[in-house]
Design a protein around this ligand. Structure first.
Ligand SMILES: NC(=O)c1ccc[n+]([C@@H]2O[C@H](COP(=O)([O-])OP(=O)(O)OC[C@H]3O[C@@H](n4cnc5c(N)ncnc54)[C@H](OP(=O)(O)O)[C@@H]3O)[C@@H](O)[C@H]2O)c1
Length: 339
């Protein structure tokens, strides 16, 4: 087998928004998988806001990507050669394959997926880490009860669109915050949320007062910054704030903007809890069963936005920070039929 792999390797630690020169794009020969290894042809690469954090030096919930290493990314692909007892050529698999066309793996952290049950990009969205994050973040950390008000920011994105729909399935009033009229109309018209707030054209604090007359029982935060601060002012007694992410802060060159209104937690006897989806890995089958069941029953909609071409990776990643995606943003690397 004489194969060439195109891959993005981290070249420098970005300051602010990443730029193309923060990676090198190279063509490298790939050998045969060794004993206990498999070779995966990557079909789709997951684009995630967290990738920006993985490029930074310093302590986090996962080690940084080393300079010179292939850029870390989730993906789905097809096994094209295997010396691993658990995987055979033709199997479709999901795992952290990186931003590259071909990945050699020892099988750790790799799961088989079935393209007959759902299109492959869905395994990077509602049936992948974003869906798991939404499920455990909302249900385990947010603990919403029927009739309560759930507010989610980044509501039209991969995690947020699942949070809003699960909130509705729990019998909650669901309010989504997103940027722009198109996203807000999608949340209400397509996903069935009770209300949406366009943070780009509305004053979020005023809109929350209007659209959450009983206050907020669960605030699921994907964005941080001013929107988190606005949500804190509307907390109901005993509210739970789920800190899932802070996409508004990831490219800041100044220190992270902390919540000024945190004393609302004291006044409302509320809590604010950070969550990392990996902590729930042992329970992914439970979430997968529930989400797949809702999808099959027509109760939960999935949406993926697929951009083409591995070479577009640096600019395609920035779509997340420009708000240019609705649903899960995925990079198509190769055609399914290709060798
Ligand atoms: N804790 C965990 O284990 C875990 C796991 C997965 C993801 N996450 C976090 O979950 C959040 C959502 O991730 P995702 O994959 O679902 O991404 P996503 O929501 O599909 O994409 C990012 C969205 O963020 C919004 N955004 C970008 N810049 C913003 C800003 N300055 N202010 C407000 N909104 C902004 C944009 O939507 P608008 O057009 O609406 O602005 C954009 O579409 C991220 O914070 C991510 O880090 C956490």
């Amino acid at each position: 087998m004489n194969l060439v792999n195109h891959c993005f390797r981290l070249a420098s630690r970005p300051v602010g928004l990443p730029k193309r020169s923060d990676w090198t794009f190279s063509a490298e020969p790939v050998g045969e998988p060794g004993a206990g290894e498999l070779l995966v042809k990557v079909l789709y690469v997951s684009l995630d806001p967290a990738m920006r954090g993985w490029m930074n030096e310093g302590k986090s919930y996962i080690p940084p990507v080393e300079i010179g290493a292939v850029m870390r990314a989730g993906g789905v692909g097809r096994v094209i050669a295997s010396q691993h007892p658990g995987f055979a050529p033709g199997d479709h698999v999901a795992g952290a394959f990186g931003v590259q066309e071909l990945a050699i793996s020892n099988g750790t952290g790799i799961v088989k997926v079935d393209p007959a049950l759902a299109p492959l990009p869905v395994y990077l969205g509602a049936l992948g880490p974003p869906g798991m994050t939404a499920y455990f973040g909302l249900l385990d950390v947010g603990r919403p009860a029927a009739g309560q008000t759930v507010v989610v920011s980044g509501a039209a994105g991969a995690v947020g669109m699942v949070v809003g729909q699960i909130a509705k399935l729990q019998g909650c009033r669901a309010v989504g915050i997103a940027g722009g009229a198109e996203k807000c109309s999608y949340l209400v018209q397509e996903l069935g949320l009770d209300a949406a707030i366009d943070y780009k054209s509305e004053d979020v604090k005023t809109a929350l007062r209007e659209r959450c007359p009983q206050g907020i029982d669960v605030y699921f935060d994907n964005v941080g910054g001013d929107i988190l601060d606005a949500a804190l002012t509307r907390l109901a007694r005993g509210a739970r704030v789920v800190i899932c992410g802070a996409v508004s802060q990831y490219n800041r060159t100044a220190p992270v903007q902390g919540p000024a209104n945190y004393l609302a937690l004291l006044v409302q006897r509320a809590s604010m809890t950070g969550m990392v989806v990996f902590d729930y890995a042992g329970r992914y089958p439970e979430a997968t069963r529930a989400i797949a069941g809702w999808i099959a029953a027509g109760k939960l909609k999935t949406r993926e936005q697929v951009v083409e071409g591995i070479e577009t990776f640096p600019d395609s990643l920035l779509k997340l920070f420009r708000g240019e995606n609705i649903g899960k943003l995925v990079l198509a690397v190769a055609q399914e039929g290709a060798a």
